[in-house]
Design a protein around this ligand. Sequence first.
Ligand code: ACO
Length: 403
Amino acid sequence: VVDISSLYRETGRFTYDPGFTSTAACESEITYIDGDEGTLLYRGYPIEQLAEHGDFLETCYLLLYGELPTKEQKADFDYRVTHHTMVHEQMSRSFQGFRRDAHPMAIMVAMVGAMSAFYHDSTDIADPYQRMVASLRMIAKVPTIAAMAYKYHIGQPFVYPKNDLDYATNFLRMCFAVPCQEYEVDPILSRAMDRIFILHADHEQNASTSTVRLAGSSGANPFACIAAGIACLWGPAHGGANEAALNMLQEIGTPERIPEFVARAKDKNDPFRLMGFGHRVYKNYDPRARIMQRTCHEVLEEIGVKDDPLLNVAMELERVALTDEYFLEKKLYPNIDFYSGITLKALGFPTTMFTVLFAVARTVGWIAQWKEMIEDPSQRIGRPRQLYTGSPKRDYVNLSDRT
Ligand code: ACO
């Protein structure tokens, strides 16, 4: 049975589009992607220029308010975000309820969702002031929660935010400083972290952002919506791909084994895919991947790694894949995750933290998209339809009569 839905019967129109490959669910002024050209713009500004000249909090302002801030607006925004970096002390205690070996993403989903229990004075979505406070709270506190999830995971005490530091430096310090020991964040590594945050800040209607919009369309509070986005991001086909890409490069190990893995990726009887390759929208080189590759070289040079075996495998794999008929024909190019794993590892993060870092950066994109939706007067609850393919109508059979 295929039920062509009442909508079709009534209007003669019905779109069946599994995976939403050709269905726009909203209008948006935030992010533009031209997948054929390999172009990414935030509010009209090319990602290359923002990553080269801007900083992450400026990018946050741009995504949220639509324009680059003036000097005064930037100082005010930085101050307000900084003002919110601490989390409620009772929240710190909530971490103790998790197993130490819990995946930090599991902790993130729970603790960001729990923000609605701690900051319920900013959950009224009808109030613009509360919406603004909730947005600032999330941009400021999600990195603190992420660093706490990491510290908890490795059994070290939490490091509190230090608010005379910039966003990325503060985050790296919360992750890597140890109480009672001097710790200076290397400015080149901090700049790399900041750039990685810019690259991940928004990417229009990807799976996690669509999840945030769908959750938000019911009127759910913003903390709950962002927690839903984090849960969606966790999957290996989305935010989990950087972890999977690094694991794959480690498994390949040496350039000599590349042909074996490329052959597996092409074999339709083998579920293996080249992680960090391919994208739903980019049918050209992901512009973020280029910037990430450059950042990777900078970080490795700064930490004194001259000849990184993983980077060698990655670059050779890219070369082989980009001269292979299969990948060319299907337009499969490296995406942002291909080089981000090596970079994040070089910054000192374990693989379990990779998707967490993505969530920290993407929080602003989710909030900007959520805010745009809530402030749109034509906004309605999201309610996809279906093609019913189950049993036709039938009568209930009593348990004693069933065979
Ligand atoms: N390796 C080998 N083959 C691939 C790959 C890959 N990485 N990606 C796609 N293909 C093939 C598919 O097998 C399919 O082949 P077919 O036409 O013969 O059936 C074809 O290319 C199209 O692939 P789809 O899965 O239909 O493309 P879709 O747009 O649904 O998926 C996705 C995009 C999920 C990103 C996919 O390319 C993939 O799984 N890549 C690896 C995971 C990854 O890197 N994810 C990160 C995405 S970026 C991000 O989230 C920040």
